[in-house]
Ligand binder design. Structure first.
Ligand code: ATP
Ligand code: MG
Length: 420
């Protein structure tokens, strides 16, 4: 049996990186008063259609949607923001406080062509700062993305940022862009030709060289942006400069989701190849209102954990969990007595690996020396009868008999020698 295409197991030797990232994020975000939220993986399909937008690739081609036994259309979440906006509304989080700083980490599902850095089940770590129009919120959010990346030892990154204005400004720009591009319709790549009608801004994203050449002379989004949007954007840039966070203004950055306004940004990492975007985010002031909640501006980002780990695992050396003591039991009386020993080991937080094989002592000893434990602890009928355990130091083969009444004291004395 194989897992589904584009869906992977996360094996024990990788889980340590996941725990590392979770812990780093938790520490950094908790300091800034961001609280973790966990929303369901399944939502009504309509939630994503209404929030991400009907004309986007995610909704059009990438959603895992099915009809459940009650004939409802259900979708496995492709991203986190829509669910959090929904949770904000359905739990009436706005009643006591209209600003909420939230973070999440969990699996997302998109039906895409699997390749390096692109899976069908992947994971995102994300934050949402809900309730403020202030550009300071955008700056804090971007700064936190950088802090999380730096904590995961990502030092070579590029932050690209753009202002995509508000929806009226974008409407005007869309009109101007289509007017210009229509003249070159035949020269555009086929995806862009389709987008002319459904989602013209996404054409700016096209990787096709000829399309990019045509775009070079196209009207610029900035020419349609009014002073209010510009003020917001310029202030963010000013603060980023003050914070020494290098950034590049990318006038073609629009992002794939409909709900953004004002700020859009992406962080790219070197050494990831073609799927090099590690973080994407922006401001979405209309989303919560659109979904039936109160007028509530917000800004956030999501980091792709698999792409992050591709870099982190090459750099960070995480101590592998290894049992310090290998336990061998021989005989029925030892089987019971061992629980007393285990209780003592737990008390001193000394990790152990209990051998369940009913094989002979020699075989078990061999296993012990192949393990990475420091010590082997042997409890056989003889030991039980005489109230002691045999301890063998695996590196030096030094052997000791320790009276069980003094075993706690012994553990206390050697604890620092074996736990590094
Ligand atoms: P891409 O340009 O790679 O398609 P996107 O714009 O669709 O990214 P977002 O929706 O902004 O991505 O998601 C934020 C981050 O989640 C991405 O920058 C990326 O790191 C990660 N991500 C998105 N889709 C996938 C996927 N299919 N597999 C692995 N990671 C992904
Ligand atoms: Mg995508």
């Amino acid at each position: 049996m194989q897992p589904l295409r584009g869906i992977k197991d996360i094996l024990p030797n990788e889980v340590q990186f996941w725990q590392y990232i979770y812990n780093q994020a938790n520490n950094i975000l908790t300091l800034s008063n961001y609280n973790e939220i966990r929303t369901p993986i399944l939502e009504q399909t309509n939630l994503f259609k209404r929030s991400i937008g009907d004309s986007t690739d995610i909704v059009n081609k990438e959603m895992y949607t099915f009809i459940d036994q009650g004939k409802r259309s259900i979708t496995l979440r492709p991203e986190g923001t829509a669910s959090i906006a929904r949770a904000f509304i359905s739990n009436k989080l706005y009643i006591h406080d209209n600003t909420h700083k939230l973070w999440y980490m969990g699996p997302m599902f998109r039906y895409e062509r699997p390749q390096k850095g692109r899976q069908r089940q992947f994971h995102q770590l994300g934050i949402e700062c809900i309730g403020s129009l202030n550009y300071i919120a955008d700056v804090e959010v971007i700064r936190l993305a950088i802090k999380v990346l730096e904590a995961c030892q990502i030092s070579k990154y590029r932050l690209e940022i753009n202002s995509i204005g508000n929806s009226e400004e974008r409407q005007i720009y869309k009109y101007e862009l289509v007017n210009y591009l229509i003249k070159y319709k035949e020269d555009l790549d086929s995806d862009s030709r389709k987008r002319l009608e459904v989602n013209p801004l996404r054409i700016l994203d096209s990787k096709n060289l000829r399309t990019q050449e045509i775009l070079n002379k196209a009207p610029k989004l900035t020419s349609c942006i009014q002073s209010e949007s510009l003020y917001h954007f310029n202030n963010i840039c000013k603060h980023l400069t003050y914070l020494n966070i290098p950034y590049k203004i990318n006038e073609k950055l629009v992002r794939g989701l409909d709900y953004y306004n004002y700020t859009a940004f992406e962080i790219k990492a070197d050494c990831l190849g073609s799927q090099d975007t590690i973080c994407g985010g922006g401001r979405y002031d209309k989303l919560i209102e659109c979904l039936g909640g109160p007028k509530t501006p917000a800004v956030g980002w999501a980091i792709g954990i698999e792409r992050l780990i591709m870099i982190t695992e090459k750099i960070i050396n995480i101590n592998k969990n290894r049992p310090n003591i290998y336990i061998i039991i021989q005989g029925l009386r030892a089987e019971q007595k061992i629980w007393d020993i285990i209780r003592m080991l737990e008390e001193y937080k000394i990790s152990f690996n209990l051998d369940f094989n009913k094989s002979n002592l020699r075989k078990q000893m061999k296993k012990a020396s192949q393990s990475s434990a420091d010590i082997c602890c042997i409890l056989g009928d003889n030991e039980v009868a005489n109230n002691y355990v045999t301890i063998k130091w695996l590196k030096t083969s030094k052997q000791q008999k320790i009276n069980l009444d003094k075993f706690k004291q012994y553990l206390h004395d050697i604890k620092n020698l074996i736990i590094t």
